[in-house]
Design a protein around this ligand. Structure first.
Ligand SMILES: Cc1cc2nc3c(=O)[nH]c(=O)nc-3n(C[C@H](O)[C@H](O)[C@H](O)COP(=O)(O)OP(=O)(O)OC[C@H]3O[C@@H](n4cnc5c(N)ncnc54)[C@H](O)[C@@H]3O)c2cc1C
Length: 358
């Protein structure tokens, strides 16, 4: 790329640092005139939408510290510079972190995923933050000190990528304890386009008690087939007997508009543990969508803890999610619609998980 501004050329100056410390210094010294750049897929989108390109781009692609994916007994650590396509080629990641993998598969199209990085997504406030929030992940940030510091994903909004601060996202740490070892398989639902949206959110448009209406709407052949497939996968994995402490689950569902290749209108992630009799031993829920900061649904989580997941509980969980979910209006959907859609997604994902226990 050529230079702009001070030297009279067109386009930003590209800086190629050799270490994260050098990248940080380049950003820190230039402030808002410089932007970190990984796959540049989100940056390009913002320029096409009219945002002014920066004077300097700090290219992170060649930094070895941002590469690699490692498992230890306690966590999976993923370098911020890995592309979504690279992560999805790792079979262990798809098997052990199914909600995160489902969220990656739901980002844009395959061509974009070969460039887009996990760090650019999380730092730019993308969809991956939602499953990361639900599994208590940590974001590893370098901010000029001796080493990177771990920031809970619940505080990701403090440092969302932008023109301002120099903090550099080095990687993600997903604790395996929060996920359990008895995973039920690569579950996750992506709901695109008008038909799926209508089926999923018919209740949401209709008015009250929509969460259970939506879940109930999926007790037909489609839901039965999904539940049967899920139960078969659980049985095949030999994990169905983990009844004492419950069976771990990790789910992601996204409502989007395929036609526009747009990010999620609404997406939810659920992570928890369910016993054979349908008692929720643990539940973490996160919800987010385009233009909003993802949030944990703490009141819904509190209501669910230790309770049997029956229709009455699902109704209360749905109401709590609808109450807490604060996504902004956009040209295609209002905030009220998004609240009800988030509630419907959470309730139907839980319902499917309960069906898999039978
Ligand atoms: C057609 C299309 C469809 C898309 N659909 C989706 C979608 O469905 N869901 C979704 O979430 N996104 C979507 N995106 C947006 C984007 O592709 C993804 O969010 C992608 O993962 C961003 O990664 P990147 O490496 O390209 O980030 P970049 O564009 O390089 O950077 C994004 C932001 O993060 C900052 N940044 C990058 N790396 C770091 C770092 N290590 N530390 C600190 N800051 C950093 C940058 O300065 C910038 O502000 C779409 C984009 C396109 C073009």
């Amino acid at each position: 790329m050529r230079t702009m501004g001070e030297q009279g050329h067109v386009g930003p100056v590209v800086i190629q640092p050799r270490s994260i410390a050098a990248a940080w210094r380049a950003k820190h010294s230039r402030g808002a005139a410089a932007r970190y750049c990984a796959g540049a897929t989100l940056l390009r989108l913002s320029w096409e939408e009219g945002e002014r390109a920066p004077d300097y781009l700090i290219d992170l692609r060649q930094l070895p510290e941002l590469q690699g994916l490692a498992w230890d007994g306690a966590a999976c650590t993923i370098g911020a510079g890995l592309t979504l396509a690279e992560c999805l080629r790792d079979g262990e990641l798809s098997r052990r972190l199914p909600a995160l993998a489902a969220a990656m598969r739901g980002v844009a199209a395959a061509g974009v995923r070969t460039l887009a990085t996990i760090g650019g997504n999380a730092a730019g406030g993308g969809d991956l933050l939602i499953p990361l929030l639900a599994c208590d992940a940590e974001l590893l940030y370098y901010d000029g000190g001796e080493q990177a510091e771990a920031l809970p994903a619940t505080r990701a909004a403090d440092r969302l990528g932008g023109a301002g601060g120099a903090a550099l996202l080095c990687g993600l740490r997903v604790p395996l304890a929060a996920l359990g070892t008895d995973r039920s398989g690569p579950l996750g639902s992506l709901w695109y386009g008008t038909d799926a949206e209508d089926a999923r959110c018919a209740g949401a448009r209709a008015g009250e008690n929509t969460e259970v209406a939506s879940a109930a709407a999926r007790t037909g052949p489609e839901a039965a087939a999904t539940a049967a497939a899920t139960a078969a996968a659980v049985a095949a994995s030999g994990l169905a007997g983990a009844a004492d402490g419950g069976r771990g689950f990790d789910r992601y569902a996204k409502l989007g508009r395929r036609e526009a290749f747009a990010p999620a209108q609404v997406a939810v992630a659920l992570n928890g543990r369910l016993t054979r009799d349908g008692t929720l031993r643990e539940l973490r829920i996160a919800a987010g969508g385009a233009g909003g900061v993802p949030q944990r649904m703490t009141e819904a989580e509190r209501l669910a803890r230790g309770e049997r997941c029956d229709e009455a509980l699902l109704r209360r969980i749905g109401e709590a999610v609808a109450e807490a979910c604060a996504l902004p209006d956009d040209p295609f959907a209002g905030a009220g619609y998004k609240r009800r859609a988030a509630a419907s997604l959470v309730v139907s994902e839980l319902w499917e998980e309960v069906c898999a226990c039978w």
